[in-house]
Structure formats: C-alpha cells, structure tokens
Write a new protein. Sequence first.
Length: 615
Amino acid sequence: MKKLTCSLFILMLLIQSVFSQNAGWKIAGNKITTQWSANVNPLNPLPEYPRPQMVRDNWKSLNGLWDYSITTSAEQMPNSFQGKILVPFAVESALSGIGKNVGPDNILWYRTKFTLPSTFRKKSILLHFEAVDWSTEVYLNGTKIGTHQGGYDPFTFDITQLIKGSEQLLELKVSDPVDKGPQPRGKQVLQPESIWYTSVTGIWRSIWIEAVPKTYISSTKQVPDIDKKILSIDVKVESPEKGDIVRVSASDGGKMVSEKEAAAGEGIVLPVNDPKLWSPDSPFLYDLTVSVIRKGKVADEVKSYFAMRKISLLPDANGVLRMMLNNKFVFQYGPLDQGWWPDGLYTAPTEEALLFDIQKTKAMGFNMIRKHVKVEPARWYYDCDKTGIMVWQDMPSGDLGGGQWGTNPGLEGGIDKTRTEASEKIYRTEWNAIIDYLYNFPCIVVWVPFNESWGQFKSEEITNWTIHKDPSRLVNSASGGNFHGVGHILDLHNYPGPAMPKAEIFGSKQAIVLGEFGGLGLPLENHTWVEKNNWGYQSFTDADALFKTYSGYLDRIANYIGRGLSAAIYTQTTDCEVECNGLMTYDRKVVKVQEDKLKSAAQKLYDASAKVVFK
C-alpha cells in the first residue's frame, strides 16, 4: 500500500512537471516557497468560484498563462510580448513565472484570448476583475471598454456588445506608482526592508466571465438583527421590468426557515425565528436564495448565505465599555495577519493554502484576525465565516506611508500637502468600494480606517462617515494612531510587551484595546527569506524561551481584562520577508510553538473575560 501511495505521488509530480513544461512556465527565482507551490496547475490556477456571497453556475475562469510585456510608459500597446505570465499572480512573485519589478516609470501589459462556453449563448456577458493593482485600462477585441483605479476592490464590465466571433482578445494596460504615489498600497515598497515588503503590480486576484440574463441581480446588502430576529436585505436588480418580483428564501440544512417577496427595488425584511447565532464557538451559516420572478418564472437567481450575529458595546458593572458579541462579552484575541506569501506575495498559491492560515490561527487559540493594511479575496472571508474567526478589517494605508507622520495626539498633516490632497479622493473612493465589497461577510466585526498615523487625515470625518456607512459594526478610528476620541475603540500599540490604554483619556466613551504587541522573533535556518539581517521586536534562539515570554505577556493581558481591556492583537501570524516574528515561518512549513501550548495560553484570556461582571 505504501509503495502504491508513493508511486501515485511520483506520478502526480510527473504530471505536474509535464503541465509546466508544456505551458512554458516554472517558478521564478530562488527564494523559499510553500508546500502548495507544487500543486499550482498553470493550466488552471485557483479554479474556485471567486464570489461565494453571490453564486451562479454559468461562469468561466480566465486564470492561466497570458502574454505579458513590461515597457516604458511612453510606449503604446506592444506588437509582440516578452513571454508568459501566470495569472492571477503578480509579476513580481515567483508563481507568476516572471519575478520582475515593474516600477512607477514602466507599464505592464497583458494579453489573452478566450472562447465563450455554449451555455453563454443569448446571454449578457460580464467580465469580472477581482483585483488589479493599481491603474488599469481594459481592451476587448481592440476596443477600450473602461478603466479602473484601485488595487483592492473588484470591478466589472458588461462586454456583451463587443463579443466578436468565437475567440475574444482581451488586453490590459496597468501602471502602479507603488510608494511613489498617493494611492493605498499597504506595505508595498520599491525597496523592501524592515516592515516593508516587495511591491505587487497588476493582476493578483482571479479574472472571470459570467453569463447572466438581461435582467439580473447585481448585488445584495444584508444586515442581521438578532434582537428583532430579522434579516434586512436590499437587492439591486439591473434592467428590471414592470411587475418583476424579488423573492428571498432562507433555509437551514435544506429546511425552509422563511421566505418573502417584494417588488424589485424594495427592501425585504426576512423573519428568522429562534435564530442560531454565529460565533467562533458555533459559526452557523444560513443558506440564502435570491431570485427575480417574472410572470411566475425565475428570471435570475443567485445562491448566498448569511449569519445571525451582533457586534456592539455595553458598559460593565464598573461602567467600562466592553466589546460584545451577540450581547455577551467575548474577549477578542487574534494575530496581526499580513496575508503575504513567499511564492505568491499578495496571492496564496491555492485555496488550501488560503484556508491553512485561518485553520492554524483557530488551532492556536485565537478567535479573531486583524487583517493588516490589505484586503483579501472574497474566499478568504468566506473561509473565516465557515471556520468561525472574527475579523478586524484594515483599510490599506497609502500616501506617505509610515514613519513620516506625527504621532502626537491631535496632530495630523503631512510634509507634502499637495500629495495628501491628491490621496484624499482616492482614499475615499476605494474605502467606500472595499466596504461595499465586504459588507455581507459576517466574520467582519470591526472596520479600521487608519493604521497608526500612516497617511491619517480628517480622522473625525472619516470615522463618522464609516460609522454612517455601516452602523452594524464597530469602527476603530486609528489603530495605534492619532487619537481624537471618535469611533468606538481606543487602540494602543506597544512593543514588545503588552500595555493598556488609559480609558480616561476620552472619558471612558470607547472600548479599550491593545491593537498590537509582541513581535517575538525566531529565525529558523532554511525557512527565512534572507539569511542575514532578519529581525523581530525581541529575538530568541529557541522556541521554549520564546513561549515563556509569550505566556508571561498573556498573564499580564489577563490582568488587564479585569481592568477594562476588550481585545488584543499579537504580532504576528507568519514571518514576512525579513521579519521573523511570526508564530509560523514564512513558508508555513514550521509552527514555531506547539499549537496546543499556544491554545492553552490563550485560554487564560477567555477565562479572565468570563469573570467580568455586568449589571
């Protein structure tokens, strides 16, 4: 049996090798890689349906090998291309097969050809881009169909009228100023060092096409209310006809929970009696079907899901505001999660890899993740929904990045006001689009508009706008940044050991949290991005010493909980390039401290939170 298993494994590797050779693709560079790199099929990478919150069957992935070129910004569409790039991996990544930097003075060009499935006939055709960083022009069959700016939000074009013959020609022109421009870019820089990482240019999430009827559902907005036992849902329908009805059906394991109908364009309130509440201990998801009904027949239909959960603030017996989940105090403890990969940079090699980090986080005893200055593909949030992990979602930082802005309370502004003004409109547009994109994922419980003082501006206005945009969640105005007494949370960063913000700073009108601490470093030979100059906020030579310090930090946090602390974030999930302060190595091949030990240590925090008294 062992011989057979070994033979099958060797056969799979040979098949993968043949696929790669035939496709003219191989992993670029000589950096460390994850175990999932070997599972990447260049003929069909990341084949999963990209939009789990609104599913249709009639679709086709365009991921795969495309033509690419890097040219000077003055050049037009090239007549010939320099080679093949594996989409959707950014050109700087090893998995793209290229591993080249583009830079702000050059243009990245893409070209591919695709055919439409027979099931697309007599349908409207939508072309979906999940993410392209940063400025994109799109051409189909030689005609420019649109542009988009923003590296983290998806965009869509209706290409029905431009379809010609059996084979379609798709071309992209992409530019990215990285850290030389005013746009949100997270931790991307042209010269990686310290806490700043390799830039990501071009396509980095899936590209796909979808066939829809002329009248179709383009989006939904879902808001649960566990106190009223309802789900409010708004359904946007494109090109509705008079008399069209929207039907919304909720079910539990195939059993109907409730169903409501309304005219297209009207909101629907769906009763959810005896709701099963979503939590990290019980991440229950209801199935949802949304249909457009015309003259008794289904004109369009999508499959979705939702959860009944509530995030709010409530004072304890001492009058200290606490973060509540489903009207109960649940201490939120999670890692700072950068979402970077040594082989794919912004893009996980496979769906299995994407899920791996989430599952390991849960196994280590965390119940939350702070997604740090990056936005993940929709499937990542879907995996958090299913696994039972709360998420704090950062807005990717931009403008002048970190280190150049003042951090004194009350101070905002920058050394280049023109650049800051240019970034404001870009920031507002993309933050709005990101919230729309992620609105329906129940795992997200906190929005974080700013990290520290990186590009922080008009804090009160931006925070209040975010609260108005989504009153169903909490807003952490500036994690570790300039404090203005706005938003629901007062958030301190402290390295390496934990500390607690003083609640009295703003009259105890906010929940108090420790937004970052830790950063305990342990570089492991053969698992580092570079051999020298790796670092952590405090470095160790063995895992036992690291864990002793880590466990001691959690003892201190457990004491802070009794004094008013509602949440804490440990830096960080994995090593990232020269940072070696992760609980796992960058290649995910080593968990530095046994998961059961980490989980046992975290339990001290949940035990302490259970002792908090409410009136």
